[in-house]
Design a protein around this ligand. Structure first.
Ligand SMILES: [Zn+2]
Length: 448
């Protein structure tokens, strides 16, 4: 161990502990390897506890299985020791200390300083500042100005009672209850200087580590702040986006509601318009129907009026005609006796005419031949006489002598033989035909 310490290759002491004999020591360190690389290593004495060696080495391969960089070993008197790395503990220690370590969850909260002293003495303090000890030596310091919580490093002598070195955070105390003791003397004369040097180096290292840690913390804080700012910004953006999205959604919903309302309004307006148009159409149809009905009625009335007027006109005309006819009839009646007298005179003249001289037939006056019966009209044309039995009856009655006896007498004159003798031979045929007709009319009148 001395050879290593003096080799000048050591760059850092990682852990160093002494037991109660020359060969009871443990030492881990960093040294420069060829090529300038730092390498962690460890050595230990032949008298270290067998349990510790079994924990350090693989029991079968005998190869080192602990990392010197993270390993801590504290040796005590005899076979007592405590050793740990981040994964496990191995110890052989007083029961009180064992209980304390278990109770304070040493796996998570590893000791900041721990030492095993002579005859079951110990001191332990963890990184949270909890501590426990059993040592008569420390009674001397209990009223000192230091608090145990500020202990940075402590070691008891494994072979002698009441010998210790304590490093508080800001000072070094090397003590024993008796300043005259050899151990104290040795420290004063020899050991204190390197310890103090190491302490200075360690303190600088610790300061540096604190600065680095502070810088790291500051960086972490800065990063955290930046991250927080980014997250805040992101959250604000997300919020903004969400609000925007909400606004868009609301706008869309409002637009949709407006559209629906508009459509409903338009539908209502359309419906109302259709209703109005339908009503207007119905009204128009009703009015048209009413107008048509009125027109039809008016037309019917007009037609009826026309018919009535026509009937009235016809009635009037018929009346007028009847009156005219009656007047004419009355006039004819009034004139008929005269007509008869004239005709009777013509007939008498014809009777008295010498035989075979009559050239003109004494025809009944046209004025007295008024019968318009269809058969009579035709007969009058056919015979050439121009008179029918009705005409003759009326004319003869105007004589005032009309009866059967008179008629028989009158008929004699128109016998075709008797009348024929009077006729001019050239006219006889026509004249006899007319006389025959007269004869037949007379006979009809007689037979009635
Ligand atoms: Zn007639």
């Amino acid at each position: 161990m001395e050879k290593i310490l003096t080799s000048a290759k050591i760059t850092q002491i990682l852990c160093c502990s002494f037991g109660d004999s020359d060969q009871s020591y443990f030492f881990s360190y960093k040294q420069k390897a060829p090529g300038g690389v730092e390498r962690a290593a460890m050595i230990w004495g032949k008298a270290v506890p067998t349990n510790l060696v079994n924990w350090l080495l693989n029991p079968t391969t005998k190869k080192l299985r602990r990392n010197a960089q993270q390993l801590r070993v504290v040796l005590g008197p005899g076979q007592s020791f405590v050793a740990w790395d981040p994964k496990s503990y191995r110890w052989s220690i007083p029961e009180a200390l064992q209980n304390w370590l278990i109770a304070h969850d040493c796996q998570k909260n590893s000791p900041k300083a721990i030492t095993l002293g002579y005859s079951g003495d110990y001191f332990v303090i963890n990184k949270s500042g909890s501590y426990s000890y059993r040592s008569s030596a420390l009674k001397h310091y209990e009223n000192a100005r230091h608090s145990w919580k500020t202990i940075h490093y402590i070691t008891f002598s494994a072979s002698e009672a009441k010998q210790c070195v304590i490093v508080f955070d800001d000072t070094l105390t090397v003590g024993s209850p008796d300043p005259q003791e050899d151990y104290r003397r040795i420290l004063d004369s020899y050991a204190t200087e390197p310890i103090l040097d190491h302490y200075e180096v360690e303190r600088e290292r610790q300061d540096h580590l604190r600065v680095v840690a502070a810088e790291k913390a500051a960086r972490a804080e800065r990063r955290a702040a930046e991250r927080a700012a980014r997250e805040k910004q992101a959250a604000e953006e997300a919020q903004k986006k969400a609000e925007e999205s909400q606004r868009i959604k609301e706008r869309r919903a409002a637009a949709k509601a407006r559209r629906l309302a508009r459509e409903a309004r338009e539908a209502r307006a359309k419906e109302a318009k259709e209703k109005r148009e339908r009503e207007a159409r119905e009204k128009e149809q009703k009015e048209k129907a009413a107008a048509e009905e009125a027109a039809r009625k008016a037309k019917a009335q007009a037609a009826a009026e026309q018919v009535r007027a026509e009937q009235a006109r016809r009635a009037k005309e018929a009346q007028a005609r009847r009156l005219k006819e009656e007047r004419a009839a009355r006039q004819r009646e009034a004139r008929r006796p005269q007509l008869y007298a004239d005709w009777a005179a013509a007939c008498e003249k014809a009777k008295e005419a010498p035989p075979a001289t009559l050239k003109i037939f004494p025809a009944p006056p046209k004025e007295a031949c008024e019968c318009k019966l269809i058969g009579c009209v035709q007969r009058k044309k056919d015979t050439g006489l121009g008179a029918c039995r009705h005409d003759m009856e009326a004319l003869l009655k105007a004589s005032g002598k009309y009866d059967i006896k008179w008629l028989r007498h009158e008929r004699l004159a128109w016998h075709p033989d008797r009348f024929g003798r009077k006729c001019d031979p050239f006219k006889k045929e026509v004249l006899v035909k007319k006389a025959t007709e007269m004869w037949e009319i007379m006979e009809e009148l007689i037979e009635e």
